[in-house]
Design a protein around this ligand. Structure first.
Ligand SMILES: CCCCCCCNC(=O)OC[C@@H]1O[C@H](OC)[C@H](O)[C@@H](O)[C@H]1O
Length: 267
């Protein structure tokens, strides 16, 4: 048993629909990892394909701001995916704890997210589920490295724009996905715009208790900068958000161009 002979399982870190993430300690050297455990017996062949796709995509990615996959073991009907152990928790909880970020911290945070997104897009990978719950902090100190996690919904883009299905998380879905149009890398930039807005004020740009009403607002790209909290935010910050939350995906800023934006370069 290649996994069980080398690793000791420790506490639970998170739970998915058909998987659990646990801490794992490598026996010889006591190195600590996070292991995603999947019971492949219960999976349909479609879901098995999805997990194979996730592992294939993760193997393509080695970047400072992406959670590193180290190994995949298959034992009987259980698959073990060994990832970096990230101890700073989710960006989501850090924003709640701090209420919102300063412009300097938000700029450094979104810069790292855009670096990871550009790295994926350069390799034809669309993440499709960018949100503060899938962004992990290397440690608790402000300005700690941010790491993109969970490529469970990621896809390998075709050449032209393609409709890869309706996937993501409601408040972060782009107009093109909601309109069931062919889409590409641009869906990740829309989600970055939602994340940046939340970083600066602690609440999302699009929200309605009624999901259909929220989808209609997203499709129109209608969002505000309410007073007083937005009155003290710089024009540069709002300019970058305005270039990310553009309804027309052809006009939306790319990760590469966003990294050259003055609010990222000079913050
Ligand atoms: C889910 C597929 C990617 C697994 C990546 C493991 C990253 N290493 C890792 O240490 O993840 C830690 C926990 O794992 C879950 O997030 C994936 C918890 O929800 C998070 O709160 C997080 O604390």
């Amino acid at each position: 048993h290649p996994f069980s002979s080398q690793y000791k399982l420790d506490k639970d870190l998170g739970k998915g629909a058909f998987s659990v993430v646990k801490k794992a300690i490598q026996k010889p050297n006591k190195h600590e990892y996070a292991v995603k455990i999947i019971n492949t017996r219960k999976l349909t062949s479609r879901d098995l394909q999805k997990h194979e796709r996730e592992a294939r995509i993760c193997r393509m990615l080695q970047h400072e701001n992406i959670v590193q996959l180290h190994h995949v073991f298959q034992e009987d009907h259980v698959r073990y995916m060994i990832f970096d152990l990230i101890t700073g928790g989710e960006l989501f909880d850090d924003i709640v704890a701090r209420e919102f970020y300063s412009e300097k911290d938000a700029s450094k945070c979104i810069q790292q997210i855009l670096e990871s997104v550009k790295y994926c897009h350069d390799r034809r990978i669309i993440h499709r589920d960018l949100k503060p719950e899938n962004l992990l902090l290397a440690s608790k100190t402000p300005g700690a490295s941010v790491k993109l996690a969970d490529f469970g919904l990621a896809v390998e883009a075709m050449d032209a724009r393609h409709y890869y299905g309706f996937a993501g998380t409601p408040g972060y879905l782009s107009p093109e996905v909601l309109n069931k149009q062919p889409y590409s890398y641009t869906v990740d930039i829309w989600a970055c715009g939602v994340v940046l807005y939340i970083l600066l004020v602690g609440y999302p740009p699009f929200w309605d208790d009624n999901q259909q009403r929220m989808f209609n607002v997203i499709k129109k790209g209608k969002f505000e900068y309410p007073s007083p909290e937005w009155d003290t935010v710089t024009a540069d910050a709002k300019d970058l958000i305005n270039k990310m939350l553009v309804v027309d995906q052809a006009k939306r800023i790319s990760a590469k161009d966003a990294l050259d934006h003055t609010w990222i370069k000079n913050c």
